[in-house]
Design a protein around this ligand. Structure first.
Ligand code: NI
Length: 371
């Protein structure tokens, strides 16, 4: 079977066999089996799921990495494809099946072209991107210790096949989570004067939190805060002792990120104090923003045009990607691969046009082979 046909067959296998974050055992075994058959070296490492292929070029050059995430989502597929998910309630609805085969394809192609390859390439098949913390599994090993530059790709159903979305600067947001607990004093619903009602204090905080976006952050900086869960009390005639709310903050700028953390705490604590109670704020930091390196952006544009892709400005997103953890200390570039217009990622009808596989493999291999 021809290389491209093999890649499409592999893609269909991964699409049929989705596995959730941290459970990618069959996926890992399959990638390993394919890479071994194709003669690609696998780096020994201690990852429980996921693996790393390594291609050592004959010419001198940097150590570069390509991150391919491999996990699927808990979504029941509704595509009607002949190779639809065989695992009920699980689906490759974020295109990570495409990312896997692009990684495999690049590994095979670069391995064949080792004589022309400048430097070393590590293809990182990363687990658990959807948990937003899978990249930390990679950082627990020494896989990234010698990597000087990292590339990432993501399927993009808002663009036609044959399109690459590229943007310099921030492309995905820092993803932080907060939990605020307001502590009052419970009492009878008819006698609020006997206690301290945490509900008006919580309501007041929710209003005031939005002023961080409108009054504290530079109006030209994208940023948002969403309170997504609020919980207090359990019946109609008792004032509860406490109220709790939870939510997320998304920012593109490091300073804005710490500004949010500081203002959120101030608003919660001082508002609580003004109502005669206390508030406790937990700030749970997720991945930082993904920021595309200017030089890598210009390389990726030039090579996309050379290979006949249509280059469009990549939309930045308030969504996050744990790729950001990997590129926090080294230059990185995260590119969007048009997969044919249709349902969006994380939707049950999301589909990748298999025609995009081979051109994407050739493109990404081109980015990695010579610098
Ligand atoms: Ni994804």
């Amino acid at each position: 079977m021809h290389f491209e046909e093999r890649l499409i067959e592999y893609f269909k296998w991964f699409h049929k066999n989705p596995e959730l974050s941290y459970e990618e055992y069959a996926t890992t075994a399959k990638i390993k089996e394919i890479l071994t058959q194709e003669g690609v070296e696998i780096l020994p490492c201690t990852l429980e799921t996921g693996l790393v292929a390594i291609i050592r070029g004959a010419k001198k050059g940097p150590v570069q990495a390509l991150r391919c995430d491999i996990d699927a989502l808990p979504i029941r597929e509704e595509t009607g494809l002949s190779y639809a998910s065989e695992h009920d309630g699980k689906m490759h609805a974020c295109g990570h099946d495409l990312h896997i085969v692009v990684g495999i394809g690049c590994a095979v192609l670069l391995n064949k072209k080792r004589e022309q390859l400048e430097g070393t390439v590590k293809i990182i098949f990363q687990p658990a991107e959807e948990s937003s913390l899978g990249a930390l599994k990679i950082l627990e090993t020494d896989i990234m210790s010698d990597v000087e530059r990292i590339w990432g790709i993501h399927a993009d159903p808002t663009n036609d096949a044959g399109t690459i979305g590229i943007r310099e600067g921030a492309v995905t947001a820092a993803v932080d989570r907060f939990v605020v607990t307001v502590k009052g004093e419970g009492c009878h619903g008819a006698h609020p004067d006997d206690g301290r009602d945490p509900i008006p204090a919580a309501a007041s905080m929710i209003q005031a939190f939005q002023t961080i976006v409108t009054r504290n952050v530079n109006a030209f900086h994208p940023a948002l805060l969403s309170v997504t869960r609020i919980e207090a009390g359990n019946t109609w005639n008792v004032i509860p002792e406490s109220a709790q709310m939870e939510g997320t903050v998304r920012t593109m700028d490091k300073k804005d990120r710490s500004l949010f953390e500081q203002r959120l705490k101030e608003i919660a604590e001082y508002t609580a104090m003004s109502y005669g109670m206390t508030a406790e704020v937990q700030w749970i930091a997720g991945p930082p923003a993904t920021v595309n390196d200017a030089k890598m952006v210009s390389i990726s544009m030039e090579k996309a045009v050379k290979l006949g892709f249509k280059v469009v400005p990549e939309e930045s997103s308030m969504g996050g990607d744990d790729f950001a953890f990997l590129e926090e200390k080294i230059p990185g570039c995260y590119l969007k691969v048009g997969t044919g217009r249709g349902q969006l990622i994380h939707q049950p009808g999301f589909m990748v046009d298999p025609e995009v596989i081979m051109p994407t493999v050739k493109y990404v291999a081109e980015l990695l082979i010579k610098n």
